[in-house]
Write a new protein. Structure first.
Length: 745
């Protein structure tokens, strides 16, 4: 009964600390893992100091650290270069390198690495030692800080490197602080080809952030000339599942792709919704405490921890920060969580839909724009004048989402998220904006009052009904959890982002479309002013037009309902439920010209990125399909047949005794039918894969994997396997069951 996966599994299989076991069948593996579940050694780590502030950021080479270790002149140069996105000269880089080397070595570092975010997802590193054997001392030059050439050949470039240039390099991003991870100094960097094409997630994000800074600053100056820059901020709520490592290792599907391809819903799922308010299981609590400590030492401001709706699902949320830093922190946090979980013999799952029938895993991106004068542009204030500024940014954001809804949808498209969007407790694949009943009333009023005549000496704000926003908006009960993009009082929350995503991708899209929209707004208002319209009226006139034009993207009802799907179709809003089709939006003329207009990505770069994302989609569907086939044919079907044989013996025995055996025969028949469905399904699915793998065009191949493999066979095969799970003797079942995986204490 040994299949391919089982053979490889028996080699890597461990139950936890120093516990390995030779087993012969997967069912034995499952029971062994279950037996060990309560024998795992526990690990408690106390705070290194009673106050978090004593050790917060101690592993970060922060601006304060820099100030303390550099001469005032050099420090000034660095901080100004950072502020103005300028290049840092060689002497300054040498000084910083020397300072950071001393700091890192004093904390036990032996190596340094450029830390970057290739398009495969995750982060990448290449470690070099400070120690120079020839010189016999520790060395670190400014040039090594500023630029490095990793062996880039193994990272995806979507054809760019073959078309343009074979090599790529990483370049220091001084806007995100260096940090010490283990014994290695990590230097956040962008990854670029020698001809200048970006090969990572961070590069375009930095460009989009610059674009939104420029555009938002210009618009903010309509209201306040003192505003010199605007920064976008991000707070990402990271959801995740935690499972026991031994049980995880006994599920090849989780090991290979992070998602269970089979598994019947437990009798006690999330119907009771009791997990949400329950106390955190003690084993998970110990894990949380430890990763929080590590995060704090790394300067990641994690703050909130709680249970989520599904059993074994949790959430961690940090305090918001500037987008680039917040995203680096989220990438790092996922890595920290993964590593700390290992120490607790746990596994963290960030996959968007690890368990069918339960909540998926998202990463809500809370986003706002904040001026260098400290004003959150999405926060209504008590001053009517400032409210017009708030409304300006508010309405422009809605307008941007309306204009580029399909691009936002594309920005969160992955094989994993396809399982989540539109499923249990997740926003649908339709992009819409929720703003709450009070803000809806304000916008409706403003739109209606199009003909109000404003005379000299009038209180314009009062006449337009926008003088009182702060008081009405403070009602926190006005919330809608079903919207993919919601206004939550002083920020927007992009909820459709997947749990394993790099936020840089959706954040690039969002900041860019808002930058584009604000640029257009600035032009439109300036034109009206040139025609002699008073500035505030010009602003109001353009806003009114936008409110009317973007009305269809606003939706206040239940986003999970079927009625909305129908309504959205009437409004001609996109509802694209798979990645290959969603990604098409990136290459539309409208999108390409916008990306190029703001210098964020060229047409060639967009093409390359699309290619990479399609390839990754194909690979993931392919792997799942193989795991499914292997598990089904080598483990599930043989188990079912063995059980069937037991039943046949039983049926014959009953017959010999003259006892009614109809019920047993009925079960035998049911099992036979299910086995046939599985065998036929897997066989046909393999044939389809063979055919599809010959399709040369990546987009067409991805579409075929979606339509002719995933959509056609996954559900059918799964359904039959899950039914068998209920029929076959529990003693023989080869896969760890949902109830065993999900109710960790
Ligand atoms: P929720 O009710 O959705 O859990 P919270 O108030 O707990 O909302 O905030 C969730 C996240 O939003 C946190 O990471 C928080 O720091 C972040 N956040 C709050 N204000 C802003 C803002 N102005 N810009 C960006 N993120 C913000
Ligand atoms: Mg939230």
């Amino acid at each position: 009964m040994k299949g391919k996966i089982y053979t490889c599994l028996s080699k890597i299989y461990t139950f936890g600390a120093n516990q390995t076991q030779k087993t012969t069948t997967m069912a034995q593996l499952r029971f062994e893992a279950l037996k060990r579940l309560n024998e795992q050694p526990r690990r408690h780590l106390d705070l290194p100091s009673p106050k978090v502030s004593d050790f917060f950021g101690e592993m970060v080479f922060s601006m304060d650290q820099m100030r303390a270790s550099l001469s005032p002149a050099v420090y000034k140069k660095v901080s100004q270069a950072i502020k103005n996105h300028e290049k840092i000269d060689e002497d300054t880089a040498d000084a910083v390198a020397s300072a950071v080397k001393s700091w890192a070595i004093s904390k036990g570092a032996t190596h340094f690495t450029h830390w970057f975010q290739p398009l495969t997802g995750g982060t990448a590193e290449k470690h070099d030692s400070f120690f120079d054997a020839i010189a016999g001392i520790e060395k670190f030059k400014g040039s090594e800080l500023v630029q490095q050439e990793p062996d880039a050949s193994s990272f995806p470039s979507g054809g760019i490197r073959t078309t343009f240039e074979a090599r790529g390099y990483t370049a220091w991003d001084p806007t995100s602080p260096m940090f010490l991870y283990g014994k290695t100094l990590c230097i956040p960097t962008v990854f670029v080809s020698y001809t200048g094409e970006t090969l990572d997630a961070k590069g375009p994000l930095l460009k989009a952030l610059k674009a939104v800074d420029l555009a938002a600053t210009k618009v903010a100056q309509f209201f306040d000339k003192d505003v010199l820059s605007v920064k976008a901020s991000l707070g990402c709520e990271q959801e995740y599942f935690v499972v026991d490592k031994g049980l995880y290792n006994a599920r090849p599907d989780l090991v290979m792709g992070g998602r269970s391809v089979f598994g019947h819903s437990p009798a006690r799922g999330q119907q009771m919704e009791d997990h949400y308010f329950a106390s955190i299981p003690s084993r998970v609590y110990d894990f949380m405490k430890e990763f929080e400590i590590e995060a704090w030492r790394l300067g990641i401001p994690v703050r909130t921890r709680h249970n989520e709706v599904a059993p074994s699902q949790f959430e961690v949320a940090p305090l918001f920060e500037e987008v680039n830093v917040a995203n680096d922190h989220n990438q790092l946090l996922m890595d920290v969580m993964w590593r700390v979980a290992e120490r607790h013999n746990l596994k963290v799952l960030f996959h968007e839909k690890p368990f069918a029938g339960l909540n998926g895993t998202g990463k809500h991106n809370n986003w706002s724009l904040i001026t260098d004068t400290g004003v959150n542009l999405f926060a209504p204030s008590s001053s009517a004048r400032d409210n017009l500024m708030f409304l300006t940014f508010f309405v422009n954001t809605i307008k941007a989402v309306h204009e580029y809804a399909d691009l936002l949808r594309a920005s969160i498209a992955t094989a994993g998220n396809d399982f989540r969007l539109g499923a249990n407790e997740a926003p649908p694949a339709i992009m819409s904006v929720f703003i709450g009943s009070q803000m809806s009333a304000v916008l409706d009023e403003l739109e209606k009052k199009g003909n109000v005549k404003i005379e000299k000496g009038d209180n314009m704000y009062m006449k337009l009904g926008i003088d009182q926003i702060p008081e009405i908006i403070l009602d926190a009960t006005d919330r809608n959890r079903t919207s993919p993009f919601a206004f939550t009082g002083n920020k927007f929350e992009f909820r459709a982002v997947g749990g394993s995503d790099n936020c840089a991708v959706p954040m690039t899209a969002l900041n860019l479309i808002v930058a584009d929209q604000l640029t257009k707004f600035h032009e439109a208002v300036s034109k009206e002013i040139d025609k002699g319209t008073e500035k505030r009226l010009a602003i109001v006139n353009v806003l009114r037009k936008y409110i009317k034009e973007s009305r269809d993207i606003r939706f206040e009802g239940d986003g999970y309902s079927d009625a909305w799907v129908k309504e959205a179709a009437k409004r001609k809003l996109g509802n694209i439920n798979n990645t290959p089709r969603a990604l098409e939006a990136y290459l539309s003329e409208k999108s390409v010209s916008m990306y190029e207009r703001h210098g964020v990505l060229s047409h060639a770069e967009l093409e390359a990125r699309n290619e990479i994302r399609l390839e990754s989609y194909i690979k993931r569907v392919q792997i799942e399909s193989r795991v499914m086939g292997d598990l089904a044919m080598n483990h599930i079907v043989p188990t079912a047949i063995a059980y069937q044989n037991k039943l046949i013996t039983n049926a014959n025995g009953l017959k010999g005794l003259g006892i009614d055996n109809k019920a047993v025969i009925q079960t035998i028949k049911e099992i036979t039918e299910l086995i046939n469905i599985i065998k036929n399904g897997v066989r046909q699915m393999i044939e389809e894969r063979k055919r599809i793998n010959k399709i040369a065009d990546t987009h067409k191949r991805a579409l075929a994997y979606c339509d002719d493999v995933k959509e056609k066979y996954f559900e059918e095969i799964r359904d039959a396997v899950d039914k068998l799970e209920l029929l076959v003797d529990d003693e023989d079942w080869p896969l760890v069951k949902y109830r065993e995986l999900l109710f960790l204490r």
